[in-house]
Design a protein around this ligand. Sequence first.
Ligand code: PLP
Length: 362
Amino acid sequence: MYPRLVIDLKKLQQNLDAVSVITKDHGNCSLMIVTKGLAADPEMCRLVASDPKVDYMADSRVKNLASYCGMARENGKKTVLLRIPMHDEVPEVIKYADISFNSELSTIRLLNSAAAEAEIIHNIVLMIDLGDLREGIFFKNEDQIRNAVKEILSMDHINLYGIAVNLTCYGAIIPKFENLSQLAEIAEKIEKEFGIELNMVSGGNSSSIYLIDKGQLPQGINNLRLGESFLLGNDTAYETKLPGTTDDTVILQAQIVELKEKPSLPIGEVGVDAFGQKPYYEDRGIMKRAIIAVGKQDTDLDSMTPVDEQMEIMGGSSDHTILDVTHCDKDYKVGDIVSFKLGYGGMLKNATSPYVTKYYVK
Ligand SMILES: *Cc1c(COP(=O)(O)O)cnc(C)c1O
């Protein structure tokens, strides 16, 4: 059934091997694989869980963690919740996540109570914001960090597992030796002042991996959390490809449902499109236009690249995408299947859509 995602498990394994060589062998870091980009696809998660090189499996959604926490734990991996928890989901968090990332004491107190009730110890990683301005205690507020650590250490059912930073998300700030050194320094200060040892000082996501082979990842950083670099081979700081990886692990395939020659300019008064946007058209004369049965409900048109380089995406609506096939050598027909490589946004959207089926290359 189309549209479908073709997920190549061999290529995913190749990428996993490549990022693990960099992170573990070159960087002396533990490896946390982030599963949210493919919406915790079960086959992908099985591959990750069964790989001895992986130390942690992480996701931003508790629901995704719940789907694979049994398998992860059986294989000796800890499950990690990346998005700071809602008060409302605390009971599920302590059940499905071995570790959760946190920045609010009110939430950590709730986690402590729930863990006490369940008679377990829940691990938390305290988020520090180094300037990207998404989650975390702002790094300059040293008193806030100290007071948070002090209270966390007084909680009977919470273990302070480590600290972490997230960059290149809201503020698009690039990780460097300088800013990540501040995280390592904060970790050192906490360890000295409170006489404890932190298991994890996590230096970011796929935008930090490039630092390792440049020899610029600060000493104190001992973990990276990798989603996009594993799934698509991307260094997301400077948009380069990591050595040994491939970007066609996942391909979207859709079927042509109409193919006609039509003008390139719509006829009549121009209003707004199905999404309230005023469209822009270029006059290319008469075009050969293919309509495929996939649309904005399933995918992100800006995050798709036709495998046929002579094909161009013109636009689309909820359920249709229009392609210019005028200059294609291949003589497309109704019923033909066309393929697209995906960026992170396209992959996420397709993997999340219940209308897109999956096919695995093993
Ligand atoms: C999504 C996420 C990651 C993984 O990011 P990638 O760029 O896909 O590697 C890591 N950490 C946190 C907190 C995240 O939300």
